[in-house]
Design a protein around this ligand. Structure first.
Ligand code: SF4
Length: 475
């Protein structure tokens, strides 16, 4: 995924950019970057690997050397960025969040169009840096805003862009508004952010959410709309259920509140279905499952508890060992049980989603190993039937890896693919058969999913504005 943060102000903004970018660390695990501009120093930039060390620790020596009233920062799950560019449009620094499905075609076209005769630097592994490709597309036009729009229209996928010039910022939200881009305002400047809490914590008030495809220029004195928002929006519904930060709001809906509402609907659905097990505790798979569980507990009257707690002080989220064996070991070592809340207890756990199922199976085996009598599982979203083609989303995966698709193949082979809509509906016969097969396979005491309507109701945004492709396959 990834996220970005930027500031333009009438005072030095380095520390705002440092902390504001750090507040996006939950969105990516690979690279972090910062760039600032001052008249005396010009552009200063640093990029670091954040796979094993958090952003703040990596950049604390850099920020002492930096100065500037404007700057940008990013957390990236893939490419090193931001990139410094010198072109016929002048010097600028660019960072992006998005996904380019037609990367090869765009590269081939760029290199063969006769105009550029340019080149791209290869990253290790032979891939071209997607942010460099976006910059190349921008430079094909006569101005930065026209170039941003040209790049967005050429890209199959999605692309949000933040650019720093000599004191100004250009911010552009992707054409369908799949991810948020919000603007905060203080008495001496503006901030641009994926996460609203990042600028709020730094003393900026909410100014606006950019609309889909909206492009703006920001100076410390004001915001100018260069391309107005488009009518059609498809913001990612997973922002609320899973990867958005709890304190943030998107389209006016706070993540934490949405999760309480989602848990409440799950509890109401269980009550309607006459789910009658005597549950001792409702719990969430931390971190994002926890507020869903609070919503469930508040509605059902069943006590909320934390039968296991993640040990995070020495295992930051960004710790990603190369070997799968060590990753699994780390995941296991992080889960620390509270024995008396597990042994002989009937537990109902809520997770934000079930993707491959392996993690959830590990959690349930762990709870049973500590003596849990029953472990009932609820997913805060409907069965995931399709991989994401719009974002570099850590939970998007090849469709064959999804537990739903694997189970459907096991149930009826290739012919099952003709009935995906039915399988996605857990009230249908096929939906029931898939759910019960997953439940048995992962050794849950019971399993149920949030309905699509329940998910949409708990977000509360006009359904036509939400992307729900993961669950429906409908664009
Ligand atoms: S396909 Fe899924 S993950 Fe991707 S933008 Fe849509 S809802 Fe979000």
């Amino acid at each position: 995924m990834g996220g970005f943060f930027g500031v333009t102000a009438k005072r030095d903004a380095v520390m705002d950019i440092f902390f504001g970018t750090d507040y996006h660390s939950h969105l990516g695990t690979r690279r972090g970057g910062m760039a600032v501009y001052s008249q005396s120093q010009g552009f200063q930039r640093a990029i670091h690997n954040i796979e094993n060390t958090p952003f703040r620790t990596r950049f604390e020596a850099d920020v002492v050397e930096m100065e500037g009233n404007a700057g940008i920062g990013c957390i990236s799950d893939l490419e090193p960025q931001p990139l410094t560019v010198r072109s016929h449009l002048g010097a600028y620094v660019i960072t992006t969040v998005g996904r380019i499905n037609n990367e090869q075609a765009l590269v081939d076209k760029f290199l063969s169009n006769g105009r550029g005769r340019g080149h791209f630097l290869e990253m290790s592994g032979g891939r071209i840096n997607p942010t460099e490709l976006v910059a190349a597309l921008i430079n094909e036009m006569e101005s930065i805003p026209a170039g941003i729009r040209h790049a967005q229209e050429a890209i199959d996928g999605s692309m949000s862009v933040l650019i720093l010039t000599e004191g100004e910022l250009y911010a552009a939200r992707d054409l369908a508004g799949r991810i948020p881009v919000l603007i905060g305002k203080s008495e001496d400047g503006f901030a641009v952010s994926f996460e609203s809490f990042a600028y709020q914590k730094l003393g900026y008030d909410d100014h606006c959410d950019l609309g889909p495809g909206e492009v703006v220029r920001l100076t410390p004195d004001g915001l100018e709309v260069l391309f107005p928002a488009k009518d059609k929006m498809k913001i990612c519904a997973f922002l609320w259920t899973y990867y958005g930060y709890p304190n943030s709001h998107y389209e006016g809906v706070t993540v934490e509140s949405m999760r309480y509402a989602c848990g409440k609907i799950l509890a109401e659905n269980d009550a309607k279905k006459g789910f009658s097990h005597d549950i001792d505790y409702v719990a969430g798979v931390p971190d994002s499952g926890t507020p869903h569980a609070i919503g469930y507990a508040n509605q059902s009257g069943i006590q909320f508890a934390r039968p296991f707690i993640k040990y995070t002080p020495t295992w930051p989220r960004s710790f990603m060992p190369g070997s799968q064996k060590i990753r699994s070991l780390v995941a296991k070592m992080k889960l620390v049980p509270v024995g008396e809340l597990i042994e002989n207890k009937r537990l109902l756990f809520i997770d934000d989603s079930i993707v491959r199922g392996t993690q959830m199976q590990g959690t349930v085996d762990f709870l049973r190993g500590y003596g849990a009598k029953e472990v009932h599982i609820r997913s805060a979203c409907p069965p995931i039937m399709y991989g994401c083609k719009y974002l570099n989303f850590s939970r998007s995966t090849s469709e064959q890896e999804l537990i739903t698709r694997r189970t459907i193949t096991e149930l009826e082979g290739k012919t099952g693919e003709a009935h995906l809509e039915e399988y996605a509906d857990s009230t249908s016969d096929r939906g029931q058969a898939m759910m019960s097969a997953i439940c048995d396979k992962l050794r849950f005491s019971s399993l149920d999913y949030q309905t699509l309507d329940g998910l949409i109701d708990s977000i509360g945004v006009d359904p036509s504005k939400l992307c729900t492709y993961c669950w429906t396959g409908k664009e």
